[in-house]
Design a protein around this ligand. Structure first.
Ligand SMILES: C[S@@+](CC[C@H](N)C(=O)[O-])C[C@H]1O[C@@H](n2cnc3c(N)ncnc32)[C@H](O)[C@@H]1O
Length: 221
């Protein structure tokens, strides 16, 4: 779904309020890896695919994944819309930076990260805005850099309440094939859809090419 910029800004403000006001509840519900079967393997797979150690955790939430990646040897910059969640992340692990931001326009230099980890953060933007975020991720990655993006599979989008948080949030369900097409259009040279241990969630891993490298295809699921 496409929303105009004013509606998109209003949606992002609601998301920020929801996470800031419910940060403590959200940290309790999502703050440890044992609550997400298989996520440690997804993080290992991502880390092992990186050409270097600098990682942007985009939509870091409770800091669970930043902490794990730092434990693996990554230098992690945590980024989120919620000042409360960023504060929590900074207090739990030694991030290299904490950036208050909107996924739609990252206040970060181009070409600096070996990896961008975006676990369940794009789900809160309308699907029509996802290509803009994919372009931003492509921009901040160094050549050869890798992104892993987790999204929920399905059709449809809109406001919903979940068991984890009383405030309504926007949820976009996506078809993995469409996400791969959009990543290719954003300039990534390869993209593959990988399973996750979490119900209907899937991960798309994509790589930014070296100069003049053509799109080399889509891996099997
Ligand atoms: C479902 S939580 C996932 C958090 C964490 N990555 C995890 O897997 O537990 C979504 C996160 O994305 C952040 N977020 C949502 N919309 C965002 C936006 N437009 N820009 C930046 N962060 C956003 C939220 O503040 C929240 O921390």
């Amino acid at each position: 779904m496409h929303l105009n910029d004013a509606k998109l800004r209003a949606l992002v403000s609601s998301t920020r309020r929801a996470y800031d006001e419910n940060a403590a509840v959200y940290v309790r519900a999502t703050g440890t890896l044992d609550l997400f079967p298989g996520l440690d393997h997804e993080l290992d797979r991502f880390f092992d695919a990186l050409p270097g150690s600098s990682v942007l955790d985009l939509g870091c939430g409770a800091g669970r994944d930043a902490e794990y990646l730092i434990g693996r040897g990554a230098a992690v910059v945590a980024a989120d819309l919620s000042a409360e969640l960023l504060r929590h992340t900074r207090s739990r692990c030694a991030v290299d930076g904490a950036v208050l931001c909107d996924l739609l326009a990252l206040p970060l230099a181009a070409g600096v990260f070996d990896g961008v980890w975006a676990c369940a953060s794009l789900v809160h933007l309308p699907s029509g805005a996802h290509p803009r975020v994919f372009s931003e991720i492509h921009r901040v990655l160094a050549p050869g850099g890798v992104t892993a993006i987790s999204l929920k599979e399905g059709n449809g989008e809109g406001w919903a309440r979940s068991a984890r948080m009383p405030s309504p949030r926007w949820f976009s369900l996506r078809r993995p094939e469409a996400v791969v097409d959009e990543l290719a259009a954003a300039g990534f040279v390869s993209a593959r859809v990988l399973p996750s241990g979490r119900g209907s969630w899937f991960v798309v891993e994509a790589r930014k090419g070296l100069p003049a490298e053509p799109f080399v295809g889509v891996g099997p699921r």
